[in-house]
Design a protein around this ligand. Structure first.
Ligand code: FAD
Length: 461
């Protein structure tokens, strides 16, 4: 067995692990990154990027065929069509370009990358079944970035026509019908995309509304759009099993019905990857099913760090990246702590949904608030885009107007999330946002207008 040694050993090459590796390399730390599958992890290969590519392609296809949208602008359309295998090949090309880019960045930073499954022997040693043979790697610092995987549902194990998001994003032929179990962000993003591609989509959700992590006011435009797209939504309903192209569904009263579907996408959440690589032997403290970490991403064992999805919610790529960068800096000797005020939560449904900081309800529990929402129907840019659905909402303290949270729902509002997060991190007040000149005509003007409204004097409402 080959022996290798390094200062930082990172297990998992997703956004948490590869960012930690790049930053560690930049800081001159002798670093080895182990990835069992493909660099880029869930996010680049089977998550954020491929899903957004599919969503974009679906939107383009749908717009071509949406007579109500095009007709109003005086645009006539010719016969359309889709070669879905080509759509997926295009999506794979984007993934390959990005993962190739990450590989190059790792090299540039002087990181040694090994492909293979790592098993922990102890908190300073991993055995890697690498393409080049078995390697024993000793390190001073171990960073666990093993991520997460789709969680199955009892009675609906993955396989055959029961898909996780990974298989759904790799289909090369569109099914005639798709039942999506779970109306969280992954289920709805993919469900809406397939609906726009002409698939008959049904959504089954155990709770009584879609996107339950957001408040009902914020998700109402998404619910409306689901209806417009012809997506059947069954709330307070549980999927029980799937056989002969029929999904058994029980409602809250226990009554059972059958829904016909060619494929089923189970999107009921993701579970931390903590099994199958000797983690049990380290006996690290857990927080439920996740690795427990402190504000420096330190686990209960000295010089063993954990970042990303394996450490729990919010399971988001940008959180994993921020943690990875921080841990690399801590290992290099810098004083850092994960004290971010805001981790934006974005859902790329149609319309998109953004939440940064506290919701009105959570803020109210802390004291008196001002809540102001400015609708896109009063925003010029939204009208030119034929997207007047949605609003920007600001939640601020009543006494000093410090912004506590910003939410938005509308076309393309994911791009506003940076402004919202910056406002929170900078401790902005309503006055700061209202007095910042926002370019005209942009959807971002709704942010400034919401601040004006919070101060009692919206200009365009
Ligand atoms: C369909 C979908 C859409 C998503 N969309 C978004 C989005 O829009 N925005 C967003 O922020 N997040 C999104 N996410 C979530 C995002 O992908 C994850 O939060 C992110 O990838 C977590 O990064 P990570 O580094 O913690 O883990 P992962 O990306 O899961 O990477 C972990 C890596 O570790 C490797 N690994 C595990 N065990 C071992 C071992 N023993 N040896 C070697 N390698 C190992 C795995 O092969 C994997 O590549 C989406 C997820 C899905 C499924």
């Amino acid at each position: 067995m080959n022996e290798l040694a390094c200062k930082a050993l990172i297990i998992g090459g997703g956004p948490g692990g590869y960012v930690a590796a790049i930053r560690a390399g930049q800081l001159g730390i002798d670093t080895i990154l182990i990835e069992a599958d493909r660099i880029g992890g869930t996010c680049l290969n089977v998550g954020c990027i491929p899903s957004k590519a599919l969503i974009h392609a679906a939107e383009m296809f749908h717009a071509l065929g949406d007579a109500s949208t095009l007709g109003a602008m005086g645009i006539a359309r010719g016969p359309g069509g889709i070669d879905f295998a080509r759509t997926i090949a295009w999506k794979n090309g984007i993934v390959a370009r990005l993962t190739g880019g990450v590989g190059a960045l790792l090299k540039k930073a002087g990181v040694r990358s090994l492909r293979g499954h790592a098993t922990l022997a102890d908190g300073k040693t991993a055995i890697v079944a690498a393409d080049t043979g078995e390697q024993r790697i000793r390190c001073e610092h171990l960073i666990l970035a093993t991520g997460s995987e789709p969680a199955p549902l009892p009675g609906l194990q993955f396989g055959g026509d029961v898909l996780s998001s990974t298989e759904a994003l790799a289909l090369t032929k569109l099914p005639a019908s798709l039942a999506v179990v779970g109306a969280g962000y992954i289920g709805l993003e993919l469900g809406m995309a397939f609906a726009k591609l002409g698939v008959r989509v049904s959504v089954i959700e155990a709770l009584d509304r879609v996107l339950p992590l957001y408040d009902a006011e914020l998700t109402a435009p998404v619910t409306r759009r689901l209806g417009e797209l012809g997506v059947e939504v069954a709330l307070s309903a549980r999927a029980q099993g799937f056989a002969d192209r029929e999904l058994r569904i029980a409602d809250s009263g226990g009554a059972e019905r059958r829904l016909s579907a060619e494929k089923v996408l189970v999107a009921v959440g993701r579970r931390a990857r903590t099994q199958g690589f000797g983690l049990e032997g380290l006996d690290l403290a857990m927080s439920g099913p996740f690795l427990r970490i402190d504000e420096r991403c330190a686990t209960s064992m000295r010089n063993v760090w954990a970042i990303g999805d394996v450490t729990g919610e919010p399971m988001l790529a940008h959180r994993a990246m921020a943690q990875g960068e921080m841990v690399a800096e801590i290992i290099s000797g810098r004083k850092r702590a994960f004290d971010r005020i805001a981790i934006p939560a974005v859902t790329f449904t149609d319309p998109e949904v953004v939440s940064v900081g506290l919701s009105p309800e959570a803020a109210r529990e802390r004291g008196e608030t001002r809540v102001a929402a400015f609708p896109f129907r009063a925003n010029g840019r939204a009208l030119t885009l034929q997207r007047e659905d949605g609003f920007v909402r600001i939640v601020a303290r009543a006494d000093n107007h410090v912004v506590l949270g910003v939410q938005a729902v509308g076309a393309g509002v994911s791009e506003l999330s940076a402004a919202f997060a910056l406002a929170l991190e900078m401790g902005a007040r309503l006055e700061d946002i209202a007095q910042t000149i926002h370019a005209h005509p942009t959807m971002s003007e709704a942010f400034a207008e919401a601040a004006h409204l919070g101060l009692g004097h919206a200009l365009h409402l």
